[in-house]
Design a protein around this ligand. Structure first.
Ligand code: PGA
Length: 251
């Protein structure tokens, strides 16, 4: 793969104005570490402020609600996300699937609505610990992916897929590089089946307990085009260690 590794920080429900300094520091480092492509997905409330402060990094959202003719108190549409300065949106994160009851069909609809306004999308899929133990991880991921991927001729152009084992998110545990490689190869072949040749350029990220210590090893797994980082993306210091490991790999 010739693309730069894509390193995305998911701040989840964290981020007050006091954290703008972290975003600024990450942006400044991105100028130096040009062999990695860096992005942050802060809460909605900080998208505009970070976009104004940061020159180089991508800025994205963590969710959006497609317009469907109904009123939606408390929701944010893809067009609003874009208007705030976001260039992409993370969809189908396991926390949204679990705590907000998002189904594959909802994620697909969100992805198609986001692509329709020109946003990039990062579609997350992953298996539970039980599914992995039962030897059903790939089957479970394949089914999730099939249901969640956006349709449309050009969908692959602005698509990224993130493999995030549910048991690895926030737990300090990760699959081995071999296990990650096997899942990523399966995702790649499913993408090729869905989109044809256009899917060769879709980046497949790994996410779940990525930190400064394990980033280089996880990034070395087969078909890993970058990482989606939760906890370790909230301080510039730890996120920069991960970006530096990625820049090293990209050189
Ligand atoms: P984590 O989260 O890095 O804290 O495990 C990853 C994610 O939720 O995207």
């Amino acid at each position: 793969m010739t693309q730069r590794p894509y390193i995305v920080g998911n701040w989840k429900m964290n981020g007050m104005r006091a954290m703008l300094g972290e975003a600024r520091a990450i942006d400044r480092a991105a100028e130096r570490l040009i062999k990695a492509e860096v992005a942050l997905a802060p809460p909605f409330t900080m998208i505009h402020a970070i976009r104004r402060e940061a020159q180089l990094i991508g800025v994205g959202a963590q969710n959006c609600q497609p317009e469907d003719g109904l009123e939606h108190t408390g929701e944010i549409s893809p067009a609003m996300v874009k208007d705030a300065g976001a260039g992409f949106v993370i969809l189908g994160h396991c926390e949204r699937r679990a705590h907000h009851h998002e189904t594959d069909a909802m994620i697909k609809a969100k992805a198609e609505a986001a692509l329709a306004v020109g946003l990039g999308v990062i579609v997350c899929v992953g298996e539970t610990g039980e599914q992995r133990k039962a030897g059903q991880a790939e089957q479970a991921i394949a089914a999730r992916l099939k249901g969640s991927l956006p349709g449309g001729d050009n969908a692959a152009e602005k698509l990224t897929v993130a493999y995030e084992p549910i048991w690895a998110v926030g737990s300090g545990r990760t699959p081995t590089p071999d296990e990650i490689g096997a899942v990523h190869r399966m995702i790649r072949s499913q993408l090729m089946e869905t989109y044809g040749e256009g899917a060769a350029a879709v980046r497949i990220l790994y996410g779940g307990s990525v930190n400064v210590e394990n980033a280089a090893e996880l990034l070395s797994a087969d078909e890993v085009g970058g990482v989606l980082v939760g906890g370790a993306s909230r301080s510039a210091e730890s996120f920069l260690g991960i970006i530096a490991a990625a820049a090293e790999r990209g050189s």
